[in-house]
Design a protein around this ligand. Sequence first.
Ligand code: ATP
Ligand code: MG
Length: 348
Amino acid sequence: MLIALLPGDGIGPEVIAETRRVLEALSLDSLHFEEALVGGAAYKATGHPLPPETLDLARRADAILFGAVGDPDCDALERHLRPEQAILGLRKELGLFANLRPAKLFPELADASALRPEVASQIDMVIVRELNGDVYFGEKGMRKTVDGKREGYDIMSYDEDEVRRIARVGFETAMARGKKVCSVDKANVLETSQLWRDVVIETAQEYPDVALSHMYVDNAAMQLVRNPGQFDVIVTGNLFGDILSDQASMCAGSIGMLPSASLDSAQKGLYEPIHGSAPDIAGQGKANPLATILSASMMLRYSFGYASQADRIEQAVAKALARGARSPDLGGTLSTREMGDAVLAALT
Ligand code: ATP
Ligand code: MG
């Protein structure tokens, strides 16, 4: 298995370095690593945020482990040269249409959640968000109405194949977990949502073991705070998923804790922490590497089928936290390297 390591900018290289150490400590002969420049680091070296050799490595690799991109030095560049274009380009070039964001509260971090500890402790869900369609990619524009007012518009659309393939990811994810899918839409108002609901119901026939429910997005937003423990897998469109996954992440403590996966139809994936390059703390050893380490665990599980190795990493993270390992974002004083050490020491 070839893993493309794309550390990127800011704290990216720091958190990727710790993650590589953890992966290497698993002593799996089948894992190989190749590193390439991406983002501002790539722009500075080659004049392009996503150089051809980086894209080539990403295509050849069995999975991609991505740090973060974003560099204040590049703020004045034209849009297509900015570091952020690299991640958008990778998602598009590789057809990564399914974004999986697990939100789980490690019990040791109950005090860091935005929710009361007894409610927060119930959180253990995966939000499956469609990434390549919806109102983000429909026709958009600005026009003048007949009476001269400015009017902006964005067309929201989904075709049934787009819905079916993301629904399948949702059901497959649930099959490997609690066998419950909640499909979130706004079918009482939106035509796209009506199609969404119909296609999800059709797709459910392929997964008789999974319990399917439906929820309007406004209700889902409320339920996420009121009773998050009811959710196993939430499957939803690009716009609703964007909003709900940020909401869910706040319930699970620090931004430095949350991993994500973006998958194509063959379970090839790009794995990255949900946080950015954090220029304010870059180079200071203050970054929490756990979000990236947990992203590597997702990689082992989803792209390679190494479930027991993925569990090993998650258990090591839990154990390190239980032993009191805390980086500054978690209210402690451990450096990035020391957090990595704590996970390594807990790896059994
Ligand atoms: P992007 O646009 O790339 O998502 P952003 O502007 O949303 O970036 P982040 O880079 O995610 O911002 O940083 C937001 C805040 O969270 C910053 O104050 C940063 O220091 C902090 N932060 C982000 N990641 C971590 C981490 N792994 N450990 C500790 N603090 C972090
Ligand atoms: Mg951000």
